[in-house]
Design a protein. Structure first.
Length: 435
């Protein structure tokens, strides 16, 4: 377990990364080197000299290398993947940690391809060097060399620290605790109705979680911190946050077209019309029509949960994964925490991403092997994000078959299987196109 002092030291070292990178590298247990690779030497690492970047062998430990890659402009996910893939394919057995930065971007990207060799798979942590979240510092602490690691042990430890499933499990556990705590604060529901309190708490937190993804894109009045800023303004003005801000937001703005919104709802700013049902009053909310939640009950919701984690709207691909909370979490928390009888009645059961991927990969692999007559190993590599060399005739048959695939899920639910199939088809097309 990492203590607060260690996290503060990591945060301080992050703040000085651009001017004194040795601070962070030493704090992580590496020997700083600072060896900049000349442009003429980039090909020795599998990188074309035409790429607008600076490559530095920043540090080492027991045969393990830390690369520092400085890119032009802003950090671009596709460019990061291409550069990392070039480094990996040049030497798949190399044990390395990659730290990407860009002159016009306050963020860093810390990335690993794990142990290798095998199909390329990149795990990435995006982190604001000036304002890191506590969950990001925890992950960064997991990259520390403890003095006894071999290069392979370090690579394996980094792969575990940057595992998206780890952040998913932690968020789910903290969401569950937050839901239980918030349930005890709800006003207007008898104390004996514990199940109703928990369900109302789940509904409220699910709406806030959904809106955290929406505000990430600036779709809530152009403010990427809309909910937190609205909360702080309510505290400053002495206004009940739930009754005077969230209820007009949920039931007066987001569930109605702009032209029919009330004055109070319109004053919240330019907001989208979301007519999927999430912002309609539920039977429980109609049953307890005068429920309220005190302002101080929301402080741990923001500080201890929602502001603690990074949210992304991007569903991961097999070869390119961000360590962040993605939209899959919406289905996981709602279906995973729904009361047993309600879950049975509605058929709402959460399917873990690993099982979804396994079933989708198995179906696509069996179909392509039978329809095209190719080897299972080739399809496996393509599904994992590889770009294998394929003889022209087989390549054309595979490309034609991938374009012709149609997927049907008779019990679609939240669409987890359909979205996974779409992503895998995209991965197959990218692999056949050499991207």
């Amino acid at each position: 377990m990492v203590d607060d002092r260690e996290l503060r030291e990591l945060q301080d070292a992050l703040a000085y990364w651009r001017s004194e990178p040795a601070q962070l590298l030493s704090r992580l247990g590496f020997e700083p080197l600072g060896l900049v690779v000349p442009e003429s030497g980039l090909t020795d690492f599998g990188i074309e000299p035409t790429r607008p970047l600076t490559l530095e062998v920043a540090a080492r430990r027991a045969g393990f290398i830390v690369f520092r890659i400085t890119m032009d402009g802003q950090l671009d996910p596709d460019a990061i993947r291409r550069v990392a893939a070039s480094l990996y394919r040049h030497n798949p057995a190399r044990r390395a940690l990659l730290i990407f930065e860009a002159a016009a971007d306050a963020r860093l990207v810390v990335a690993s391809w794990g142990l290798g060799p095998g199909p390329f798979r990149l795990q990435k942590l995006w982190i604001d060097a000036n304002a890191p979240r506590s969950s990001e510092l925890d992950i960064l602490a997991g990259l520390t060399a403890d003095g006894t690691n071999t290069a392979s042990e370090l690579a394996l430890a980094h792969s575990r620290a940057l595992d998206r499933e780890g952040i998913t499990r932690r968020f789910f556990a903290e969401f569950r605790r937050c839901r239980a705590d918030l349930a005890t604060c709800i006003i207007g529901v008898p104390a004996a109705e514990e199940g109703d309190r928990l369900d109302l708490s789940l509904i409220l937190l699910s709406r806030l979680l959904f809106l955290y993804f929406i505000q990430r894109k600036g779709w809530l009045a152009g403010d990427a911190a809309f909910l937190r800023n609205l909360y702080e303004a309510s505290l400053d003005d002495g206004i009940p946050y739930y009754r005077r801000r969230l209820k007009p937001l949920f039931f007066g703005a987001l569930n109605r077209p702009p032209g029919v919104r009330s004055r109070a709802a319109s004053q919240l700013g330019e907001l989208p019309y979301l007519n999927g049902g999430l912002f309609e009053r539920t039977p429980l909310e109609r049953k307890y029509g005068r429920i309220d939640v005190p302002n101080d009950a929301f402080a741990p919701v923001f500080q201890g949960l929602l502001d603690k984690y990074q949210f992304t709207l991007r569903e991961d691909q097999p070869a390119d994964q961000n360590v962040a909370v993605d939209p899959e979490m919406l289905g996981k928390v709602f279906e995973g925490l729904m009361a047993g009888p309600a879950r049975s009645a509605t058929g709402a059961f959460f399917t873990p991403r690993s099982l979804v991927d396994q079933l989708v990969d198995g179906a696509l692999s069996a179909h392509l092997i039978q329809a095209v007559g190719c080897d299972a190993e080739l399809v496996e590599e393509l599904l994992a994000g590889g770009t294998p060399q394929v003889e022209p005739g087989l390549h054309q048959r595979l490309a034609d078959r991938v374009r012709a695939i149609r997927v049907l899920d008779p019990t679609a639910g939240s669409g987890a299987f359909l979205l996974a199939a779409l992503q895998r088809l995209e991965t197959l097309r990218d692999g056949l196109d050499g991207r």
